[in-house]
Design a protein around this ligand. Sequence first.
Ligand SMILES: NC(=O)c1ccc[n+]([C@@H]2O[C@H](COP(=O)([O-])OP(=O)(O)OC[C@H]3O[C@@H](n4cnc5c(N)ncnc54)[C@H](OP(=O)(O)O)[C@@H]3O)[C@@H](O)[C@H]2O)c1
Length: 290
Amino acid sequence: MAKVAFIGLGVMGFPMAGHLKEKGGHDVTVYNRTASKATDWTGKYGGKTGSTPAEAARDADFVFTCVGNDDDLRSVTLGDTGVLAGMKSGAILIDNTTASAEVARELEAAATAKGIGFIDAPVSGGQAGAENGVLTVMCGGEQAIFDKAKPVIEAYARMVGLMGPVGSGQLTKMMNQICIAGLVQGLAEAIHFGKQAGLDIEKVIEVISKGAAGSWQMENRYKTMNAGKYDFGFAVDWMRKDLDIVLTEARRNGAKLPVTALVDQFYGDVQAIGGNRWDTSSLLARLDKK
Ligand SMILES: NC(=O)c1ccc[n+]([C@@H]2O[C@H](COP(=O)([O-])OP(=O)(O)OC[C@H]3O[C@@H](n4cnc5c(N)ncnc54)[C@H](OP(=O)(O)O)[C@@H]3O)[C@@H](O)[C@H]2O)c1
């Protein structure tokens, strides 16, 4: 059992912190900017709350963060009230936010200066993965630090991998999002085409999902896409945030991502028709729009 702090009890963080307490058996202190979510969490799981990230992180062996973007992450980690101000030397900071590789390196430098270890550890698997404790966790950091953090992370994960030095977890998550962007657009175009051609979409997918066109997105999203329902997971606003991170990194490393850049604009169209909180399969909505 370790002393753990968890900062950011959103859709993902709330259940992840719960698994650290219930499955991991750890002594968990939480912090959330909107304090009512932290009291909801202690009401459900027990544990303690801190009034600032620094206070929640005091004396913890492992501190987890799961907030929105780079700036949110800086605001809960740096400065007088950030976790690094409260953490002890020898402790480890594990960041589950989907953020840039650059901010990961920035935080590692700030952590190392205080004798604190750092792992960037973005996740994949969505709300259901968080609730069921079966996330995929893509880590960047030093082997010795990772070896200490891995058994703790496993409380909410099915797969935890060290991909390379700090920043590599975020770069891996970027590859993940590049795959999803092109794949969902292809699926949306196929369903749109099938409808225009008068095919029975259910029948078609039942057959082609067993062949080379099959994918997680096809298996799990075709029914809801066909029904024009887009309330089943990762929101378009979040995807645009992730694709912005991807495209910024690609400009830096020279990678050519023409399809990803185009799909990013398509998600902009979805936002323009009111789909900010729809899930990523809503690329079909802009094609089906009359
Ligand atoms: N949802 C998914 O399916 C999914 C899947 C994979 C990865 N992710 C990634 O995981 C991260 C969290 O996603 P989520 O779905 O849990 O988001 P969410 O439900 O919107 O929760 C965001 C959390 O971050 C906190 N926060 C945001 N800005 C903050 C700031 N400046 N200072 C302090 N706290 C701040 C929020 O506090 P308040 O409660 O006060 O707003 C909330 O606790 C994101 O980076 C997202 O891209 C999400």
